[in-house]
Design a protein around this ligand. Structure first.
Ligand code: C2O
Ligand code: CU
Ligand code: CU
Length: 520
């Protein structure tokens, strides 16, 4: 275990939080014109008052909607070929019109269903006025060439790019997702609607279920005209959280089921910063997987944490009575203004009809190996920090933080090992075929969810306490002033890629670094 040699910073550096909404729009001109074409929107806005689209207003409007899922695209004969067009569009979000950035015109974008060994070909077409690109979060695939290459591929306005991603035959099953990875724009683009689910199906024995659902949880804040609001530097520093928390773009949708049915829910937290903790009283919930880490046996849980960008695969055995999927308070130390609030009810599991007979038991599944039995080829420490010099002045969040480009973070630069992200620099070189142990050491007064591309991480210790179970995640919480240790199998794929804080505002502010796995 590494003892950090510089002092850990506790208190938040910026004393006065400005308002979280600066009134600027992320989806500009075109949408404003479209907004004018939407008759009645103004009246609706008046009816719910000046507070905008807060959850309570939306609840009343959207209470009885049943859950809808994004279009699902399945692979066939080992191939899924998709065209994803990134463009502004007016969609229905939380029951009302909203002007968002979309994949193929919907929020979330289509769900991609794959099998181990499949090839995924995506033609990404950029109809925005800024660059974008695509990352397949959590997939164990190559980071090179036209695969999951977030470092070199930038798709400029009006251009398109052909991605070609080969899943290994033994790719673990689970829920994954895709989103843009264009540095400095990631938080804004996800906040504005660019995310979609990926499911890799089980290769082995199937889990008997009545229904298999994908629940994409996202958050954003919309202004009265339905535009995602601009987020000021102070909010970016803390990590923005939206006032609307949505499931598949809906506010508290209803999932209908009969008592005794067994459902499989793939829950994907695409929020730019919000950590979730979920609870479903009155129904049996068994955890099948966290991220890529399928468990050997389902494990009964009362509550389950899903960090932002993380996923869980759960089985819900439907009880006798209607219940709510609750988003509990999941404190995330983010400096200054205390914990984020609980989002409350996210969905309603509505139970009716006569009970159905129980399904057969869930077959055991091969688990990923326990890497604690392997001697690591290297032990590394990654120190998370702030650079407060930020261009010569300390910003106090007084509104001069944007430098005209809309993605300032109050002069705050976020760092790993004292340096902000530089795509041209390779920070760490690992040898393919080895296991390494990394300890993320947090010298800041905020929690950071650290994410590594391509290779999954086995969590072995948190703040010096060993983790007993075999837990694989691709995003891990590193608590304020604390440290989290993982073991990483650098297998199968060589090449350069990144690890970063998945509070996308922190990633955009520089808390990201490059790792390269080399052969030989
Ligand atoms: Cu969701 Cu760099 O990742
Ligand atoms: Cu990722
Ligand atoms: Cu962070």
């Amino acid at each position: 275990m590494t003892a950090p040699d510089s002092p850990r910073t506790g208190p938040d550096p910026t004393p006065v939080p400005p308002p979280d909404v600066a009134g600027r729009r992320l989806v500009p001109d075109l949408s404003r014109r479209r907004a004018l074409q939407l008759g009645g929107l103004g009246l609706l806005g008046l009816a719910i008052g000046a507070s905008g689209w807060g959850p309570s207003a939306g609840l009343a409007l959207a209470a009885a909607e049943s859950l809808s899922e994004p279009e699902t695209l399945h692979s066939a004969n080992g191939l899924l070929r998709v065209r994803l067009e990134v463009a502004e569009a007016t969609v229905t979000l939380g029951g009302r019109p909203a002007h968002m950035l979309t994949y193929n015109g919907t929020v979330p974008g289509p769900t991609l269903r794959l099998r181990p060994g499949d090839r995924l070909q995506v033609e990404l077409v950029n109809r925005l006025s800024v660059p974008t690109n695509l990352h397949t979060h959590g997939l164990h695939v190559s980071p090179k060439g036209n695969a999951d290459n977030t470092l070199d591929v930038h798709v400029h306005p009006g251009e398109s790019f052909q991605y070609d991603i080969q899943l290994p035959d033994d790719h673990p099953p689970g829920p994954f997702w895709y989103h843009p990875h264009e540095h400095h724009l990631v938080a804004d683009q996800i906040w504005s609607g660019l995310y979609g689910g990926i499911v890799v199906e089980d290769a082995g024995p199937q889990v008997p279920v009545t229904r298999d659902r994908v629940l994409v949880v996202s958050d954003t804040t919309l202004d009265d005209a339905g535009h995602p609001v601009h987020v000021a530097g102070w909010e970016r520093m803390k990590g923005r959280e939206g006032r609307l928390v949505l499931v598949n773009g809906q506010l508290t949708p209803t999932l209908e089921a009969r008592p005794g049915e067994r459902e499989r829910w793939r829950i994907i937290n695409t929020c730019t910063s919000r950590f979730l903790k979920l609870r479903l009283d009155g129904h049996q919930v068994d955890l099948l997987a966290t991220d890529i880490g399928r468990l050997a046996e389902p494990r009964r849980v009362d509550e389950v944490e899903v960090l932002n960008s993380g996923r869980v695969d759960v089985l819900v055995t439907v009880g006798e009575r209607t219940g709510e999927l609750q988003g509990l308070d999941n404190p995330r130390t983010r400096g200054g203004d205390g914990p984020s609030g609980a989002p409350g009810a996210l969905a309603t599991l509505q139970v009716s009809g006569s009970p159905v007979p129980a399904l057969p038991p869930v077959p055991a599944y091969p688990q990923l190996p326990d890497l604690r039995g392997v001697e690591p080829a290297a032990r590394r420490t990654m120190v998370l920090g702030f650079d407060r010099s930020g261009g010569g002045h300390e910003d106090h969040g007084g509104g001069h933080e944007d430098h005209g480009d809309g993605h300032g973070t109050g002069g705050m630069v976020m760092t790993i090992d004292g340096r902000p992200f530089d795509h041209a620099r390779t920070d760490h070189v690992t040898r393919l075929g080895t296991v390494e142990e990394w300890t993320y050491v947090n010298h800041t007064g905020m929690d950071h969810p650290m994410h590594l591309h391509v290779w999954p991480m086995q969590v072995v210790a948190v703040d010096g306490r060993p983790v007993e179970d075999v837990v694989y995640q691709d995003v891990v919480r590193v608590s304020a002033g604390g440290e989290t240790t993982v073991r990483i199998p650098f297998e199968d794929f060589d090449g350069r890629t990144v690890f970063h804080c998945h509070i996308n505002d922190h990633e955009d502010a520089g808390m990201m670094a490059v790792v390269e796995a080399r052969t030989g």
